[in-house]
Design a protein around this ligand. Structure first.
Ligand SMILES: C[S@@+](CC[C@H](N)C(=O)[O-])C[C@H]1O[C@@H](n2cnc3c(N)ncnc32)[C@H](O)[C@@H]1O
Length: 334
């Protein structure tokens, strides 16, 4: 029989030595914050031409020598940077990814403490569900902090795959409205690829549109910015795109957004939703189920399976025409 002390020691050893996978999961936020620091101070950039000492980097950036060494040493153990010995480091395949602006923007957002903050409500959700929460709180908080809003918009742009536009057929439409279009990157891409479109509207909350007009004024005469709330009204159009919008909202709110669109959509119009389609048969690691939890914490949102998309469409007076590429859902009015 093992004594309690022996059992205790063994438990600790299991967690800290033998079961590294569990340890890495449990302490994920340590790694997340260390990567946030590396991305924020663009450390990978200083290694782009080969190995350097952390001390040299800290002098270039204006950081504390010993602390930067300790951050890089810990990240190297997790595969971010390579520890070359004698206080020198080089880029690993992971830290090299931070040299890409889009990837760095996504990392800067997803490892940001403000993103972590929304998870503090997890226990509440687990105990009581999310029906009393309004997802709008998160967006109101976001738009009241222009630095966070810019960080968010840059990351969203980083997540936009040009293939979304290239694979979508806009040939039948004159007016397209991107609902919740943020800084207008997506509409810009749509207009660039579709000369048939006469008007391309980027629709978002007033403060988002205000920021967009300051930072990214339109230079395509067909592009228009319109502000408002998709719970009240949206401009008339014959195609509505919504990229990473519906997953922010619970079934009731998501349905309200579709009902607002239903009032403004022109005859034979379409709604193009760009969101994950959760594949329940997929037992492998699938990022959509982690995003599903993140969206829940952001304010009661969710990622949906085909069946759940069908239910949402039907609840809102729409039918699903097609599921495409695992990430595009095309709807028309019932
Ligand atoms: C996840 S972001 C997606 C942004 C953009 N579609 C993209 O993929 O880059 C959600 C967007 O919805 C906007 N939003 C939130 N509440 C809104 C409302 N009530 N009316 C209009 N837009 C809203 C936010 O400001 C934000 O730009």
């Amino acid at each position: 029989m093992q004594s309690t002390i022996e059992q205790d020691i063994q438990l600790k050893e299991n967690i800290f030595h033998e079961n590294r996978q569990l340890f890495n999961l449990v302490t994920g936020f340590w790694r997340s914050m260390a990567i946030q620091m590396a991305a924020k101070f663009d450390i990978a950039r200083y290694l782009a031409n080969g190995k350097q000492s952390s001390q040299w980097i800290s002098h270039q950036v204006g950081l504390h020598d010993e602390t930067l060494f300790r951050v890089m040493r810990a990240l190297a153990v997790s595969g971010v940077f390579i520890d070359e010995g004698n206080g020198e480091f080089s880029n690993s395949s992971l830290s090299s990814l931070l040299l890409d602006t889009n990837t760095r923007n996504i990392v800067l957002l997803e490892s940001n403490p403000l993103q972590f903050k929304v998870w503090l409500k997890s226990e509440d959700y687990l105990m009581k569900g999310y029906s009393t929460t309004s997802g709008q709180e998160y967006w109101n908080e976001l738009v009241s902090n222009p630095d966070y809003e810019t960080l968010f918009a840059n990351a969203m742009h980083g997540l936009t795959r040009p293939s979304f536009v290239k694979r979508s057929d806009f040939s039948a439409f004159e007016t397209v409205c991107d609902v919740g279009g943020s800084q207008g990157w997506f509409m810009e891409e749509i207009l660039k690829n579709n000369s048939n479109i006469k008007v391309g509207i980027n629709f978002d909350l007033p403060s988002v549109i205000e920021l967009k007009q300051k930072q990214r004024p339109n230079n395509d005469a067909r592009a228009k910015d319109v502000s408002g709330s998709f719970f009240e009204s949206v401009p008339e159009a014959d195609c509505y795109t919504m990229k990473r919008i519906m997953h922010d909202w619970n079934q009731n709110d998501a349905s309200k957004i579709l009902q607002t669109i239903s009032k403004a959509i022109k005859p034979n119009g379409k709604v193009y939703i760009y969101d994950f389609i959760v594949d329940k048969s997929n037992k492998m690691y699938d990022v959509s189920v982690w995003y599903d939890l993140h969206m829940l914490n952001v304010g009661g949102g969710k990622e949906r399976t085909e069946q759940e998309w069908k239910e949402l469409a039907s609840l809102s007076g729409f039918i699903i025409d097609e599921f495409k590429f695992g990430e595009l859902i095309i709807l028309s009015k019932k």
